[in-house]
Design a protein around this ligand. Structure first.
Ligand SMILES: Cc1ncc(COP(=O)(O)O)c(C=O)c1O
Length: 403
C-alpha cells in the first residue's frame, strides 16, 4: 500500500482511541459539499447514506450554513431558563409544518422518543384514567427507536438489547404490519402505539397498504395515542413531508430528529396537539441544550426549505429513477428492493456477498452506503442528488454485483 496515504494511520488511530461500538467503513472524510465527500487522501465519494437521513439537504447547504454562521455571531446558548429570539419562530413554523398545536424541542432522536413515551404515559394517567403504574405501549418487532435503556428494553435486536437489563417494563411487542395482532395487543391500559411508518434500520421495510390507516382507526376507537417515529422517514426522505402522508394518516404525535438539524446540529422534536403535549408542566421534562438558539436558527431554515415542497418533490421524482435502476438489478445480484422516495432497502443475494462486503466494494468505487444487517443495504442519498449521480451509483452497484 502507498505509504504516503493518510487513511490507514487515521483508521488505526480511531480504532485505538475509541470504544468499538461502531464498525465504520475504513474511509476518513475531511470535507464535503452537496452529495459529495472527500477523504484525507483527496479521494471523492458520492454519499448514499446522508448521515442516516440527517443530511437530507446535502452537506453544507448554503442556506443552512448561512443561518448557522449568523447565529454563531450573535447567540448560541441560553438554556430554557430564559427565552431567546429564535425560539418562537422555530416552534411555530415546525408546528405549522406538522399541522399540530405545539412543539417540544430536544436534541437527539432517542430523546424525542423518550419524550413521546413520557408524554403518552402522563396523558394515560391524567387524561385517559389509567391506574397508576399500569400504562403500556404497543410497539413493533424489528423496531429501531434509539439506544437508551428504556428504548432498548423493547428492541427485538439482540445486539441492541442483550446485557443492558434490567429492562423497562410497560411495552408489548407485536409483528410489524399485522393489524390484527396490534389490535389484539391493545387493552384498557394501553396509552400509545409507537411505530416507524417505514422501518429504516430494519432495511426500509414498508408495511402493507392499509396498515397505517388501520392503526390510526383502532387508536382513535380505543382512545390510544398513535405516535409516529418519523425521525428517519420524515422531512422529505420518502417523497412527502412525512411517510404517514402517503396513506393520508395523521398521528397524534410526530417524533422528529436527524434532518431537522440540517446536518449541522442535533435537533429533535415532538409535535402534538395541546390536549396531549399540554400534560407537561414546568419541571417535569427538559434538556439544557434542547431548543437552543443555534439549533433553532438552523432548524427554522430546515422547516422553510421543506415548506417550499421542493425537496419532497425531488425525492418523489428522483426516487422513481432510483427505483427503476434498482429494480433492473433484481435477479442480477439483488433479491428484493423496497423503495419509497429517495430511500431504498436492497437485499443482496447472500450467496454472492454480505451487505458489508458490498459496501466495501462500493466505497472502493467511490460510493458510500451502509449495510443494515446481513445482506441488506439501505440507500439514502441527500435529496439534492442529481439524476446523473443516481445513474453513476447504479452503474457502480451493478458492477459490484456482477464482479
Ligand atoms: C426511527 C428512528 N428513531 C430514533 C432514532 C434515534 O435517533 P438518535 O440516534 O439521534 O438518538 C433513529 C436513529 O437511527 C431512528 O432511525
Amino acid at each position: 500500500m502507498d505509504d504516503k496515504l493518510r487513511t490507514p494511520g487515521a483508521v488505526r488511530d480511531a480504532e485505538r482511541w475509541t470504544a468499538h461500538n461502531y464498525h465504520p467503513l475504513p474511509v476518513v472524510i475531511s470535507s464535503a459539499e452537496g452529495a459529495w465527500l472527500t477523504d484525507v487522501d483527496g479521494r471523492r465519494y458520492l454519499d448514499f447514506l446522508a448521515g442516516y437521513s440527517a443530511l437530507n439537504f446535502g452537506h453544507r447547504h448554503p442556506q443552512l450554513i448561512a443561518a448557522a454562521h449568523a447565529q454563531l455571531d450573535r447567540l448560541t446558548l441560553t438554556s430554557r431558563a430564559f427565552i431567546h429570539d429564535q425560539f418562537a419562530d422555530f416552534c411555530r413554523e415546525l408546528a405549522e409544518l406538522c399541522g399540530k398545536d405545539l412543539v417540544l424541542p430536544m436534541n437527539t432522536g432517542a430523546e424525542a422518543v423518550e419524550t413521546g413515551i413520557k408524554v403518552a404515559r402522563k396523558w394515560g394517567y391524567q387524561v385517559k384514567g389509567v391506574p397508576a403504574g399500569q400504562a403500556n405501549i404497543v410497539v413493533a418487532e424489528g423496531n429501531f427507536h434509539g439506544r437508551t435503556t428504556t428504548i432498548v428494553s423493547f428492541s427485538t435486536d439482540e445486539d441492541a438489547r442483550a446485557d443492558f437489563g434490567p429492562y423497562t417494563p410497560g411495552f408489548t411487542v407485536v409483528p410489524y404490519g399485522d393489524l390484527a395482532a396490534l389490535t389484539a395487543a391493545i387493552d384498557e391500559n394501553t396509552v400509545a402505539v409507537l411505530l416507524e411508518p417505514i422501518q429504516g434500520e430494519q432495511g426500509v421495510v414498508v408495511p402493507p397498504e392499509g396498515y397505517l390507516p388501520g392503526v390510526r382507526q383502532v387508536c382513535t376507537e380505543r382512545d390510544v395515542l398513535f405516535i409516529a417515529d418519523e425521525i428517519q422517514s420524515g422531512l422529505g426522505r420518502t417523497g412527502a413531508t412525512f411517510a404517514c402522508d402517503h396513506e393520508g394518516v395523521v398521528p397524534d404525535m410526530y417524533l422528529l430528529g436527524k434532518a431537522l438539524g440540517g446536518g449541522i446540529v442535533p435537533v429533535s422534536a415532538v409535535a402534538a396537539n395541546a390536549d396531549v403535549l399540554g400534560v407537561l408542566k414546568p419541571g417535569q421534562h427538559g434538556s439544557t441544550f434542547g431548543g437552543n438558539p443555534l439549533a433553532c436558527a438552523v432548524a427554522t431554515e430546515v422547516v422553510r426549505l421543506l415548506a417550499t415542497g421542493e425537496f419532497q418533490r425531488r425525492s418523489a421524482e428522483l426516487g422513481e429513477r432510483l427505483r427503476a435502476g434498482l429494480e433492473g438489478l433484481v435477479g442480477k445480484g439483488l433479491v428484493e428492493v423496497r423503495v419509497r422516495g429517495l430511500w431504498a432497502g436492497l437485499d443482496i443475494d447472500p450467496a454472492l456477498m454480505s451487505g458489508r462486503e458490498a459496501c466495501e466494494r462500493l466505497a472502493a468505487r467511490g460510493v458510500l452506503a451502509k449495510d443494515t444487517h446481513g445482506s441488506t443495504i439501505r440507500l439514502a442519498p441527500p435529496l439534492v442528488i442529481t439524476e446523473e449521480e443516481i445513474d453513476l451509483a447504479m452503474t457502480q452497484l451493478a458492477e459490484v454485483l456482477a464482479a
